[in-house]
Design a protein around this ligand. Structure first.
Ligand SMILES: [Zn+2]
Length: 496
């Protein structure tokens, strides 16, 4: 039995009531988890402000927002699988009842929820489940426009492995390219297949078909630092219809046309999601939506390249903690991490795109520092379970940022910024640096693209415009290609 006690200083009367209540709960059985809250006191008669459900393949989240902190005990019950939650100090209210109608049939994990007054001041929720889950239950202190939140994250017992999914996608891609090479895109990027690519994909797929998915993703070892190539005098051409033979694994970096022996993996990270809407425009556009749309366009363009593939840190409207975004990129040994955002500022006049890299020693400007603080608050707003041990370990690991990673990030940032400058005005003509948590993969060049200011009405309109989204995605792709043409990554085992 696990008891989590986070608060101690509350009035005697409430302590007594809580002890009695906890005593009842503890009799409930060995699988019960008791969660009490940080905060001055447990309220009796807390008001429910809102209930929200975020169903997603990765996990389904249920949030109960209240004007006072809530305490809950939960227990998994099997045969059939269900999650039983008792919330203390609460009377059933119409807002809480809304939860029933908010469970949708496409929810991967929740079939239905039942809500009832179990006993005086205790509301019981019973989630009837589609499969066994590992629940994480935690509370979040008020932040931004949110009041107190009680959060239930329902994870599958065997979480999907991003590497396994990427392998399956690569297999599909192999079939597509075997059937018909992709035509040149509107941006002039060729779809000619790379020599040796089929072998690399085949080996990748065969290995994972033999072994099956790895249910416990392990972080890959740190990649070797790439030798620094000399800077080329001119941008190499992007496309070739009759490519030269593939570069041997130990080929010295050069400015020859972009052609890789192995697939390049780009981790695309649409910012925010779920509980964290990001910035909101005057017309109501939410950053989390427009950046997902741009990211999906970029993914399609990358996947249409014969020698590249994309992995999305999220492909739906749910929240992914910042360190999990980085872990996913490391799990697939991404060659590059691109986080996509849309700025906001107090003044609607602020405008233009910017590109950021990590900084080891302070921010390059106070605006960059402000931006990093704002983006790093995503975990607080989106709601990361800070008590999770895995998350703590990951955060320590992510502080191992390296100078080589930052140098590479600045190079790729420069290449991307140059291309975005062709389709959008720039907020600043150089890559800025600050301590963005999401850019802290120690071994992956990582950039954060602020595509425009969603707080600027004209740019908000453009961010919603399909052709502008497409132009932005093309520009980012061209920048990535230009970078790799100048900085071919080291060959690595194609099976990872
Ligand atoms: Zn953002």
């Amino acid at each position: 039995m696990l008891i989590k006690r986070l608060a101690t200083d509350r009035p005697d009367q409430i302590q007594l009531a809580r002890r009695k209540w906890l005593g009842q709960c503890l009799k409930a059985g060995a699988g019960t988890v008791v969660l009490t809250l940080a905060g001055p006191q447990i309220a009796f008669g807390a008001g429910i402000v809102a209930v929200r459900v975020w169903p997603a393949e990765e996990y389904t989240r249920v949030t109960i927002e209240s004007d006072e902190p809530l305490a809950a005990v939960h227990q998994m019950v099997h045969g059939p699988d269900r999650l039983v939650v008792d919330i203390d100090g609460l009377d059933l209210s119409p807002t809480l009842r809304e939860l029933v109608a908010k469970i949708t049939s496409n929810d991967p994990y929740i079939q239905t929820v039942r809500v009832g007054q179990n006993r005086p001041r205790v509301v019981r929720l019973v989630f009837d489940l589609k499969e066994d889950v590992s629940p994480q239950v935690f509370t979040l202190a008020p932040i931004g426009s949110y009041r107190n939140r009680l959060v239930f994250d329902l994870y599958p017992v065997n979480p999907p492995d991003p590497l396994w999914k990427l392998v399956r996608d690569t297999e599909d891609k192999q079939r597509r390219f075997a059937a018909a090479p992709a035509p040149a895109g509107a941006d002039g990027v060729s779809g000619a297949p790379a020599t040796g690519e089929e072998d690399a994909i085949g080996a990748l797929v065969r290995k994972f078909e033999d072994k099956g998915p790895n249910p416990v993703p392990a972080l890959p070892p740190m990649a070797a630092t790439r030798p620094r190539p000399p800077a080329p005098s001119a941008t190499p051409p992007l496309a070739q219809n009759n490519p030269p033979p593939a570069l041997p694994a130990n080929n010295p970096p050069s400015d020859r046309p972009f052609k890789m022996r192995r697939l390049l993996t780009v981790a695309i990270d649409p910012g925010h999601g779920g509980e964290d809407p990001g910035a909101t425009g005057a017309a109501g556009s939410r950053e989390k939506d427009v950046v997902l749309q741009i990211a999906q366009r970029l993914r399609a363009k990358i996947d249409a390249q014969p020698n590249m593939r994309a992995m999305m840190t999220r492909d739906a409207d749910f929240f992914v903690p910042l360190n999990v975004r980085v872990q996913k990129a490391r799990r697939v040994q991404a060659d590059l991490f691109v986080s996509i955002h849309a700025d906001a500022f107090l003044s609607p006049e602020a405008k233009g795109a910017s590109v950021f890299a990590l900084s080891e020693r302070g921010a390059s400007s106070s605006a960059a520092r402000w931006m990093a603080n704002k983006e790093n608050a995503s975990d607080l707003i989106g709601g990361a379970n800070m008590g999770n041990k895995d998350a703590q370990v990951a955060r320590v690991l992510l502080d191992l940022s390296t100078t080589a990673q930052i140098n590479d990030s600045l190079q790729v940032g420069k290449a991307v910024l140059a291309e975005i400058g062709g389709v959008n005005r720039l907020h600043k003509g150089s890559v800025e640096q600050a301590g963005f948590a999401v850019l802290k993969a120690p071994d992956i060049p990582s950039i954060l693209v602020e595509t425009a200011f969603i707080s600027n009405p004209e740019e908000e309109r453009k961010l919603n415009d399909e052709s502008h989204q497409d132009q932005l995605a093309n520009a980012i792709l061209r920048g990535i290609r230009n970078y790799f043409a100048r900085n071919p990554p080291l060959s690595k085992n194609p099976s990872v």
